[in-house]
Ligand binder design. Structure first.
Ligand code: PXP
Length: 242
């Protein structure tokens, strides 16, 4: 049976535009309110080590402005762990982070970083924060998530989004296989990165997926059709694919 597919909206890039002028407009909190009104299921925000978009004070304001669950994307560092424990988001998605990258370019090596990740995963889970690991759609990463006791994996869809033709079909199959393996092992699979109106439907049709997190395209499209309309259109496309 194909269940509900939640849409988490990543509002980081509203803050990117705000920060370009150093003021307080456009405010990501207003975006969070629009996500709520448009029927989004969650707010996703990445507090990066360099604070290039979301800032510490945004988290608290976002949490105060909406009842939607906050999915905090964070590096596996003591600094970010302390912030997560202070803000108690619904979920924390652990992502790899390099300062020089433009966005999260690949999945977390959950297999190779087991010892670094274990104490962070454990402390987040002890605080009742749902831990998700942003990983490549590979069996070894799902197995590593199992060993770490993570209840959720978010499958990186970047390679799928950037591929064409047969390569895209192969990438889609990897996502479907990883989602099936996750569910078989009691892990809830999510997916995200690089999803657009044009490429979302084959991913949304993967029955095991429970959530998609989408940001850059929706914020870009908001310039042309508005954030509310962009979210509603994405939701419609996702629902039609299920
Ligand atoms: N999921 C995770 C873990 C991310 O880091 C990001 C942003 O890089 C997204 C989803 C959303 O990706 P995009 O902005 O390309 O839609």
């Amino acid at each position: 049976m194909t269940g509900l597919l939640r849409l988490g909206v990543n509002i980081d890039h509203v803050a990117t535009i705000r920060n370009a002028r150093g003021g307080d407009h456009p405010d990501p909190v207003r975006a969070a309110e629009i996500v709520t009104a448009a029927g989004g299921d969650g707010i996703t925000a990445h507090l990066r080590e360099d604070r290039r978009h979301i800032r510490d004070s945004d988290l608290q304001r976002i949490q105060a402005a909406t009842d939607l669950p906050l999915n905090l994307e964070m590096a596996a560092s003591e600094e970010m762990l302390a912030i997560a424990l202070a803000h108690r988001p619904h979920a924390a998605c652990i992502v790899p982070e390099r300062r020089e990258e433009r966005t999260t370019e690949g999945g977390l090596d959950a297999a190779g970083l087991h010892n670094q990740l274990q104490p962070i995963v454990t402390r987040l889970l002890d605080a009742d924060i749902r831990v998700s690991l942003f990983v490549e759609p590979e069996a070894r990463q799902i197995e590593a998530a199992m060993r770490l006791g993570a209840p959720v994996v978010e499958l990186h869809t970047g390679a799928y989004a950037h591929a064409t033709g047969e390569a895209r079909a192969r990438e889609l199959a990897r996502i479907a296989d990883a989602a099936a393996l996750a569910v078989k092992n009691g892990i809830e699979p999510h997916a995200g990165h690089g999803l657009t109106f044009d490429n979302v439907q084959p991913v949304a049709a993967i029955p095991q997926l429970a959530e998609l997190n989408i940001g850059h395209y929706l914020v870009g499209e908001a310039i042309f059709i508005g954030l509310d309309a962009a979210i509603r259109r994405m939701r419609t496309l996702m629902d039609a694919a299920r």
